[in-house]
Design a protein around this ligand. Sequence first.
Ligand SMILES: C[S@@+](CC[C@H](N)C(=O)[O-])C[C@H]1O[C@@H](n2cnc3c(N)ncnc32)[C@H](O)[C@@H]1O
Length: 396
Amino acid sequence: MSDVKTQYEAFPYPQRDPRDEKKRLISGSPSHPLEMDHHLFGGMRDWSATTRILVAGGGTGDALIQLAQVLTTAKKAYEITYIDLSSASREIAEARAKMRGLTGITFISGSLLDAAKYGPFDYIDCCGVLHHLPDPQAGFDALSAALHPDGGIGVMVYAPYGRTGVYPLQEAFGALTKGLPPEDQLKMAKSVFAALPDNHPFKRNPHLVDHKQSDAGFYDLLLHSQDRPYGIDQLLEALDQSGLQFAGVPQPYLYDLRRFAARSDALDDAAAMALAEKLDGTIKTHVVYARPKSAAMRTAGQTGRAIPHLKGMNARALAKAVVAKGAIPVTLNGVTHQVEIAKAAAPILAGVDGRRDLATLQKGAGLDPLAWAAIWPKASRSLEQFGLLLYSRLLA
Ligand SMILES: C[S@@+](CC[C@H](N)C(=O)[O-])C[C@H]1O[C@@H](n2cnc3c(N)ncnc32)[C@H](O)[C@@H]1O
């Protein structure tokens, strides 16, 4: 058995108790239907057809449960294939789905390298997996080969700078615990960890918390036998090599070089994003959406039929804050930014409910096309930059 499979049989990750499904739904990126629609399908996906989804390396089921539950609640048809090497993880994912009464899921114990056998898929979700493969590019290629020509993929891989301090410890713990069973590795690494100086770069990095949350988290972060981070430019290169084109990130602001410096014309997009990543320094994972190179790229929010959704915000409260200050505070990776939004956008924002389209919102706010064009596109873009506004006709 490979070390990676042994790890995830011993410590299914993330650690989850199926009984908690009665209390809460875990939400995250990628894997939310609104977010994938916005970035991959220009917010205009036709949800009336069955959406075929692959959750590759689905682990204990966070992405699977989020996708299946949101689509079930929205009464949209789906077929989801879950695949993972670890049968212990699969059992937990299955128990969580059962606890919620979710159907339409096929569970497979196996490798995502065989994904094409089960495809093609409209959407492939692969969160926190490809950087653990012995040959990650083979994983990118396998997922690309399993995509429908008009489909898209949502990927999360580790990033280097926000994980400062992790890799020297992984190397040291790996050498010290070599050959021991996973439980003994954990015990030994925990006792060595306790002896590290408080000013070790790992201990001073406030963005790293997994090791405090569970044994599976400690093992995954500090004892992984196979783990390589990607700079954003390296990730875009890996996607390109597998025949995919970049379609978006949940918070484009993080990768905007203009936060720090003027952008020279000589820089291509990947190089500019890579500089922003280095200057930001807090990014510990990249979530990226991509489409086959042959697929048409669509920008969300371009027609009157587009339906905006606010993410994690109440429309009335947002409108009130905009009227009061012309800006709202948004915290990303521990840093609070003031996002400016024209006060004139407040009456439009107050009407955003995930069901009204832009044409209806314009009418409701009593704005003629010129006034609308002067207010809405800018307000929408500002919120989109921070991942706070997504377009989708999921609830139409
Ligand atoms: C860090 S966990 C992430 C789990 C889940 N995607 C999440 O984000 O919560 C990595 C998962 O990838 C699985 N995995 C690793 N290599 C794989 C492969 N070649 N095929 C399928 N699953 C794999 C592991 O078994 C493990 O469950």
